[in-house]
Design a protein around this ligand. Structure first.
Ligand code: PGA
Length: 256
């Protein structure tokens, strides 16, 4: 089984100086941790500096978004090759904030996933329902559609490099977390769906992580669920003490 993944999504926060300060603290705070994979997604402007600071550490660098073309006249965009060049191993794709504010469709998300995989970048592919969709009982239908369309044309061999992040939109940045059981139920449904789409070997390797108001107080309960293979952390990844506590989650319950 692959190691759990704890990824920090810094969003549009941190100047270069602030980012460097945070990484230096984080490096110390999680020294010696080897039972989880850790990734951080700083803003594009800080990637180069941070890549140097992470050189001798197991912390992986992650982009927050990517464009699907290799190069060309696309003002403002960043290609998978450029992310690789600056040291990224992972890239977040289809975050709900991009779907909401930048009109990213499942088709766009799919193109970004395909071109990232081709370049050897590992996508953290985000899916999740809005509050309205949950209240109407449409959670599974929505998530299923996002997964099916986002993973169109992905091969079994490529699937081992894909991480799916289930992030209910109503839980992002709101302090409202899905209960561990609510999250586990959706993770389980995603896993079942993947078994319909890919072979056993591929699905066994695919991590399904949870995101949405993850913090030091709820991390242990979340990670105790058998189908939750890590977390995507926003707000709580901006401080070394809270993020390191999340990275050092305590193994309880069924995961033991
Ligand atoms: P949050 O963000 O932890 O601040 O809710 C999670 C995310 O957007 O990935």
């Amino acid at each position: 089984m692959t190691l759990p993944l704890i990824a920090g999504n810094w969003k549009m926060y941190m100047t270069i100086n602030q980012a460097v300060e945070l990484v230096l603290k984080l490096r110390d705070a999680i020294k010696g941790v080897s039972n989880v994979e850790v990734a951080i997604a700083p803003p594009f402007t800080a990637l180069h500096h941070i890549n140097y600071l992470l050189a001798e550490t197991p912390i992986k660098l992650c982009g927050q978004d990517v464009f699907w073309e290799k190069s060309g006249a696309y003002t403002g965009e960043i290609s998978p090759e450029m992310l690789k060049d600056v040291g990224c191993r992972y890239v977040i794709i289809g975050h709900s904030e991009r779907r909401q504010h930048f009109n990213e469709t499942d088709e766009i998300v799919n193109r970004k996933i395909l071109s990232s995989l081709k370049e050897g970048l590992k996508p953290i592919f985000c899916v999740g329902e809005s509050l309205e969709q949950r209240e109407k009982g449409k959670t599974i239908t929505i998530v299923k559609k996002q997964v099916e369309e986002g993973l169109r044309k992905i091969s079994n061999g490529q699937m081992k490099d894909v991480t799916i992040a289930y992030e209910p939109v109503w839980a992002i940045g709101t302090g409202k977390t899905a209960t561990s059981e609510q999250a586990e139920e959706i993770h389980n449904s995603i896993r079942e769906l993947l078994y319909d789409m890919f072979n056993l070997e591929a699905v066994k390797e695919t991590r399904i992580i949870y995101g949405g108001s993850v913090n030091p107080d709820n991390i242990d309960g979340i990670m105790a669920q058998p189908n939750i293979d890590g977390t995507l952390v926003g707000g709580a990844s901006l401080k070394a003490d809270s993020f390191s506590r999340i990275v050092k989650f305590k193994k309880t319950g069924e995961r033991q």
